[in-house]
Design a protein around this ligand. Structure first.
Ligand code: PLP
Length: 395
């Protein structure tokens, strides 16, 4: 009657969803001030004013079919040209418009890319813990398997010796997410170079062309002018999966893109496979209106000062209390060491004080909890006494 695998996916409530439901119940019982919801990565910083202005302008100046009609499958040529120019200006790297495929956000960019790459035999993809849990769902749906490389608990960077060991003749791709969800860590140039060296060595050893998949929805959300290496500049076989969900605070509008490096092995064929995967998954085209919006707002940026202010408050307050965490350099997440071995039990205790913290197990990091600090500054301030109380419960 139905697909068991899909049923299980639909039936399994995510921990984040459970926390969200709990938060709603608690608010109904004790009021909004009783919940400090750090569960969801939904940007609280407003979309730049240029976005709404552009939407209004487009609706007032274009006819209905131009705004709401189908676009070509990879997206409007003018939008792809604008993206290509933007990449060249910012990273000094040429990705022609024909190698750009506009998608409904990074999730679609990833599923399309994985489906475009996976061949008949189960392909192996490698990622570095802690990682975005949907990678498991996306790789499985693309007939692949995800292998997870452990991390160094001091720096939250990949354990490179374990990475080297995990590569094999079956490895199809390596997924890198920096700035990282859930740790907020940004991989520096040295780390990227080391990752690339290891992949190059494996390519020689196994006679493969492993693809580096750069999942980068948080590229622009970095603090203190930190440098985020652009991976196509370091490794030829690279595909970038980009999203405007966080960089322009537009997660519900579903807009992003895939950029296939022209230096990728058999790049022209892969570009066609990307188009075929998008077609077979039924994406048809990305939002027509938002393709036009991002084209006009290609240089617009969200104001990240509010995230930085939040980061400083939550990081300084928690470390002062005695919590252990690494200072996030990007994204809007803080990954905190649980005060007991089982982060689920810790999250349950936090819940009793109204603190909604996501256990790290699904992120491949047991013993940690994730806080999404894309929330109001005021809520963070009000939550600090609860964090103190929670800490004292463990002393
Ligand atoms: N990749 C990572 C690491 C994410 O954190 C998210 C969303 O939170 C996504 C991909 C999916 O983002 P999008 O909204 O662009 O589909």
């Amino acid at each position: 009657m139905y697909n068991e695998k899909m049923y299980n996916l639909g039936n399994k409530r995510s921990v984040i969803r459970e926390l969200f439901e709990y938060g709603k119940k608690r608010i109904a019982e004790f009021g909004a001030d009783s919940v400090f919801d750090y569960s969801l990565g939904n940007p609280n910083v407003e979309a730049p004013k240029e976005i709404n202005e552009t939407i209004t302008e487009l609706l007032n100046t274009l006819d209905s079919i131009e705004v709401h009609g189908y676009t070509s499958a990879p997206g409007n040529l003018s939008t792809r040209k604008a993206i290509s120019k933007n990449i060249k200006e910012r990273f000094n790297f040429d990705i022609p418009e024909n190698n750009i495929y506009i998608t409904s956000g990074a999730a679609a960019a990833l599923t399309i890319t994985l489906n475009a790459l996976s061949t008949k035999d189960r392909a192996e993809y490698i990622t570095f813990a802690p990682f975005f849990p949907e990678y498991n769902v996306f790789t499985n749906a693309a007939n692949g398997v995800l292998k997870v490389v452990p991390f160094d608990e001091k720096t939250f960077t990949p354990n490179l010796a374990a990475f080297e060991k995990s590569l094999s003749a079956k490895t199809k791709g390596v997924i890198v997410n920096s700035p990282n969800n859930p740790s907020g860590v940004v991989y520096d140039e040295d780390t990227i170079k080391k990752i690339v060296d290891i992949i190059e060595k494996a390519n020689k050893k196994f006679n493969t062309n492993i693809v580096l998949i750069s999942d980068e929805p948080y590229r622009e959300l970095v603090y203190d002018d930190i440098f985020v290496p652009y991976l196509p500049n370091y490794y030829d076989n690279t595909i970038v999966c980009y999203s405007y969900s966080k960089s322009l605070s537009l997660p519900g509008e579903r807009i992003g893109y895939i950029a296939v490096s022209p230096k990728l092995h058999m790049a022209d064929a892969v570009v066609l496979a990307v188009a075929g995967a998008g077609r077979s998954l039924g994406y048809v085209c990305a939002s027509s209106l938002f393709q036009r919006v991002i084209e006009k707002c290609i240089n617009v940026k969200v104001d990240i000062a509010a995230y930085k202010k939040n980061r400083d408050l939550i990081y300084n307050s928690l470390t002062e209390i005695g919590y252990q965490c690494i200072e996030p350099k990007g994204a809007f997440y803080l990954f905190v060491k649980s005060l007991e071995e089982d982060a689920n039990a810790f999250s349950d205790k936090a819940k009793e004080l109204g603190l909604l913290l996501v256990p790290g197990d699904d992120f491949g990091a047991k013993g940690f909890v994730r806080l999404a600090y894309c929330v109001s500054y005021d809520m963070i301030k009000r939550s600090i006494p609860a964090f103190k109380k929670l800490y004292e419960m463990y002393q």
